[in-house]
Design a protein around this ligand. Sequence first.
Ligand SMILES: C[S@@+](CC[C@H](N)C(=O)[O-])C[C@H]1O[C@@H](n2cnc3c(N)ncnc32)[C@H](O)[C@@H]1O
Length: 261
Amino acid sequence: MNTKERKSIAEFYDHFIPYRDRADVKFFVDLAVENGGPVLEIGCGTGRVLIPTARAGIEIVGLDLAEDMLAVCRRHLDQEDEPTRARTRLVVADMRDFDLGRQFTLITTPFRPFEHLITVQDQMACLACVHRHLAPGGRFVLDMPNPSITQLADDRCLQETGDEPEFTMPDGRRVRRRQRVVSKDLIRQVNEFELIYHVTDADGREERLVYRFPRRYLFRYEAEHLLARAGFRVEALYSGYTGRPYGTVDDRELVFVTTKV
Ligand SMILES: C[S@@+](CC[C@H](N)C(=O)[O-])C[C@H]1O[C@@H](n2cnc3c(N)ncnc32)[C@H](O)[C@@H]1O
């Protein structure tokens, strides 16, 4: 992926309707208000959750590896009032290896950054960093997709699919987003995945931009073992963002609320 492609894809993020309307923001903001901050958001991206948290009066540090995503976040922050901006700090860092020299009362991972860690070694490295940065009694929220065995066995995902509506960028470009699984490694639990953006500019020129990356899925008990091994106690496990316990409703998400042991 070249620089222009990466930048465009980061810019599309907040306009893609299922991301824009994702029903998790209130959950993370409420948790931050309840905990009181300071909060560390791992993989904060464009600030979709970080900015509403800062608006709610909570000090928050956002950490992300992707400078293009943070550049979009900075532009959004420029539109905010001074007290909100003053409560935020952005850090370019890898979640597997960071040292911010301070601790937080709450550390979160909204919208699945953890699935970007492909090996157990990477996952443990990230959890060790989180553990070091968590104040005594602090909480860590691990937000992951719940793998569906039915979907894993279904090869229709190897075709380009997606029926999300087209969206229009402020500069007039129209964008349709599709996706496909390129390959499935059932042994390593890694799917090679593509997000495909079909872009039509104001002059009718068409472009196809592809963001390819591996995703590692974890099953519920595997994640629980990993968390225990890294020194976290699971306080609650939710299926989503309305406080319903795992197993009682649609189980597309695994949201672990944990405390530092
Ligand atoms: C789906 S986005 C979620 C962004 C944001 N938390 C939200 O809820 O909209 C996942 C984010 O994880 C970041 N990420 C992936 N691997 C990372 C790593 N090793 N270290 C830090 N951030 C990483 C990506 O750059 C991306 O911004």
